[in-house]
Design a protein. Structure first.
Length: 522
């Protein structure tokens, strides 16, 4: 390999927490996606650039999640000095930055997997990369993801670490009679994996949820067609990879098993609950204006928000969506979700589609809107947190375990006045609604002749009283923070900004101080 290509390790920042972000954390407008070399990147006036950090087992395409601060040709990284006065970072092999490559993760949990990275990426010390000319790239790519390459690497490196030297020493045999077939199979595999990767919100090339435009009259029909399509894609990819294995075993004149276990086909499989949660996630993105049903891709992820861009489905105007156990507000999240499903999939099938979603989410016999309300209240944020790798972009303000008050906001639309607005326009109205419900329970208890009804209403009253007490404590916390007019900086990332609203110390005269959270824990 080393006679045909440059096999290199990349950048070691010395402080990933400072210099790396998931791409969805920062202002999307401040990411330089089109740089082709370091000189070009200096002329973009961008701060963040795509970063190949290795990552999980995935072949052909993917693991494109990180960006690195390479502003001014990486000035900050190049000048991070340790206590001994020496530069801590290693900006090595910079002449290969932003060039297309074949890359693998240095440390693997099992088999090695190679991925294609187009122009535009800086590569990490753990995202080791092969740089070679266009003429041979797909042939060699096919070999690198073949079983025989894995067999050879297992002999060279019996541990789970695949070093640059191991890959550089791989023996390459060219067979021109099989080259076209191999290259066509590789190109097809790349396209299948790229499509699969871009179907997820965590791809910066995500356009729209596939269910929105997939054929089918109802959501269940769309899912059935989608399931068949994904199964066909999986089988197609598996067949292609097994063909490549057979071709390379023949080229190397070695007897070997060309078959592949399903777990080593790195394509996302159908998962009904996960897929339904993904359409819910996309809907919340549309509610906040991150996505726009009128256009594909990101519509807003930093900058000045303009409500006039949206026509088909209008996002929430104040970036506050209540998530409560009772519909106290017209712009409550269940109401918004119902409008979204109607807009995307039609009014005629609305109830059928809501029932389908509810049955996937829960075995409960409750009406679909109640199931959805429970999901948004108790499960949505956890699902969102998982999808976005514990770096959520939708933040849930929460009064506590009694669920007296909850609302979602979109981090990229945050303004310093937002906390005050949550308090005055939403929390206080929720408190009044709870107080009114308590008054109604008192009326029923005093006038009812049914012991069962009195018992049920008394139970509800106790819950409401707990919620009211919880919201009163939360009100003090919100007031404390609202007066500070906290600003956030997207460049600092989710975790730093999130902590500005957590572990808030509240002191009361004559009482022990308490530390409370405005947001659900991540």
């Amino acid at each position: 390999m080393e006679s045909l290509a440059n096999v290199k390790q990349g950048l070691a920042t010395a402080d990933n927490n400072r210099f790396l972000r998931y791409w969805w954390e920062v202002d999307f407008n401040n990411i330089g996606f089109s740089s082709i070399n370091c000189e070009d990147s200096k002329n973009t006036n961008k701060k963040w650039f795509p970063y190949n950090k290795g990552g999980d087992y995935r072949k052909w395409w993917g693991n494109q999640e990180f960006v690195v601060n390479w502003e001014n040709d990486g000035y900050e990284i190049r000048n991070i000095i340790g206590p001994n006065g020496r530069v801590r970072s290693r900006a090595q092999n910079t002449q290969f930055y932003f060039h297309k490559s074949l890359s693998w993760s240095k440390i693997s949990s099992g088999k090695v997997a190679f991925r294609y990275y187009p122009n535009g990426f800086i590569f990490d010390v753990a995202g080791c990369s092969v740089f070679l000319d266009k003429k041979n790239i797909n042939y060699i790519f096919g070999f690198l993801n073949s079983n025989i390459c894995g067999d050879i690497l297992d002999l060279i490196s019996p541990t789970l670490n695949y070093e640059v030297g191991h890959v550089a020493s791989l023996p390459i045999i060219f067979d021109e009679s099989k080259q076209n077939e191999i290259e066509n199979l590789v190109i097809t595999n790349i396209n299948i994996e790229k499509e699969d990767w871009d179907e997820n919100e965590t791809s910066w090339n995500f356009k729209s949820h596939p269910f929105v435009f997939f054929k089918g009259d109802s959501l269940s029909e769309k899912y059935n067609f989608w399931q068949k399509y994904k199964t066909n894609q999986f089988n197609y990819l598996k067949t292609n990879e097994e063909k490549l294995n057979k071709l390379f075993y023949d080229i190397y004149n070695v007897d070997g098993d060309h078959e592949i276990e399903d777990k080593y086909i790195s394509l996302n499989k159908n998962d009904l609950k996960k897929d339904i949660e993904s359409i819910i996630s996309y809907s919340v993105g549309c509610m906040f204006g991150r996505y726009n049903l009128n256009q594909g891709g990101l519509c807003f992820a930093g900058g000045e928000f303009d409500l006039n861009k949206y026509h088909n489905f209008i996002p929430d105007d104040d970036n506050i969506i209540p998530v409560l156990d009772t519909a106290y507000f017209d712009d409550d999240i269940v109401g918004y979700f119902t409008k979204f499903i109607e807009k995307c999939f039609g009014k005629e099938k609305l109830e059928e589609n809501l029932d389908f979603i509810a049955k996937v989410l829960s075995n409960s016999s409750k009406p679909s809107r109640e199931v959805l309300r429970d999901y948004f209240l108790k499960n949505f944020f956890n699902s969102h947190k998982k999808i976005y790798k514990k770096h959520p972009i939708y933040w849930q303000f929460s009064s506590g375990k009694e669920n007296g008050f909850n609302c979602l906001i979109y981090m990229h639309r945050y303004e310093p006045s937002l906390v005050a607005k949550i308090r005055t326009d939403y929390l206080h109205k929720t408190q009044k609604a709870i107080e009114q419900r308590i008054a109604n329970t008192n009326t029923i208890i005093n006038n009812s002749t049914s012991k069962q009804e009195v018992a049920n209403i008394t139970k509800e009253k106790v819950k409401l009283q707990k919620q009211l007490k919880e919201t009163q404590e939360y009100d003090e916390l919100l007031a404390h923070i609202a007066n500070q007019n906290i600003e956030i900086d997207l460049d600092n990332g989710v975790k730093f900004n999130y902590e500005l609203f957590q572990n808030i110390e509240i002191k009361k005269e004559g009482k022990k101080s308490k530390k409370l959270n405005l947001l659900k824990k991540i």
